[in-house]
Ligand binder design. Structure first.
Ligand SMILES: [Ca+2]
Ligand SMILES: [Ca+2]
Ligand SMILES: [Ca+2]
Ligand SMILES: [Ca+2]
Length: 295
């Protein structure tokens, strides 16, 4: 099942972060409002040390407060996707390693990942760290299909041959904010190349596409708005996409190599199912963070 807020059990110990990448992630988070985060699930075996005093475990999750990454939230898994020492269960932006977790409007979403940081009423409807195979239950391959599967804490689409390959969520969403990140895999040249995520019915994706040169594109029900994107695609690139329909379907893309661009359409997206999309490319997705924006 998809992973909603305040749930989960950790089986993931994969971590491919490095100091350079982590430095970029923090810069990216500050610059763009959201940053790419690699898989960083943690589960510290020392938490069950025999001398632990169970009387200091206020949430009764078996982990003493001094070692608990969410001392007041029952989270025996201790998952911490972004590695910032706050467990997913109490991290206001579980995909962004921030030091403050500021929540100006008090709606439970940190400023760095809040589509409206100064207006309450937004709520997280999906936090998916792809911790286990059941994380994609109910998702449906579409378009040319592709080969989508869960693997080691990620969602993989491994076929690079031409074709628009989509993966559709089981649920529809209203007034969406979605952040995802992925690593570019094998590429096939000669056709439309790129990646998208976001509300897809009607088509209102946030995309980075190479049609006649890389372009950051927001599609708005057949009325695309685009801007040049100062990068090319290459295997192992880390790319983050953020779609925010609270701001006229704002689309923001950034890469681990420092490329960044953003564009807004003139039409606000409304509702639909969430799609992930890859054309002429393989990709490995790291997380999905979805907020429904209040009225
Ligand atoms: Ca806890
Ligand atoms: Ca965290
Ligand atoms: Ca907030
Ligand atoms: Ca808000």
């Amino acid at each position: 099942m998809p992973e909603f807020v305040l749930r989960g059990e950790d089986t993931t110990t994969t971590c491919y972060a490095c100091p350079v990448l982590r430095g970029w992630m923090l810069v990216g988070a500050l610059a763009t409002g959201c940053g790419f985060q690699p898989q960083a699930g943690t589960a510290d075996a020392s938490v069950d040390a025999p001398d632990a005093d169970p009387s200091n475990d206020q949430d009764h999750d078996g982990i003493v407060d001094s070692l608990d990454n969410c001392p007041t939230v029952f989270n025996p898994d201790q998952r911490d996707h972004d590695g910032d020492k706050r467990g997913d269960a109490c991290d206001l932006c579980p995909h962004i390693a921030t030091l403050t977790d500021t929540d100006t409007d008090g709606d439970g979403i940190g400023d760095e990942c809040d589509p409206r940081p100064n207006q309450a009423g937004d709520h997280v409807v999906l936090w998916e760290g792809f911790y286990d195979a059941s994380s994609i239950t109910g998702w449906i391959p579409g378009g040319a299909g592709g080969d989508w599967f869960w693997q080691n804490g990620t969602l993989v689409q491994q076929i690079a041959s031409s074709g628009e390959r989509t993966f559709t969520a089981p649920n529809s969403y209203q007034h969406i904010y979605v952040a995802t990140s992925f690593v570019v895999g094998a590429l096939q040249t000669g056709g439309l190349l790129g990646f998208c995520s976001g509300v897809a019915s009607p088509q209102q994706y946030c995309c980075v596409l190479d049609q006649s040169g890389p372009t950051l594109l927001v599609t708005t029900g057949g009325v695309p708005v685009s801007t040049p994107w100062p990068s090319t695609f290459a295997p192992d690139d880390h790319i983050q996409l953020v779609q925010n329909t609270a701001t006229n379907n704002h689309c923001d893309a950034s890469t681990s190599s420092g490329a960044h661009a953003a564009v807004s359409s003139t039409l606000a997206a409304t509702a639909g199912k969430l799609d992930l999309y890859a054309a002429s490319a393989a990709a490995t997705f790291d997380y999905l963070f979805v907020v429904e924006i209040g009225n």
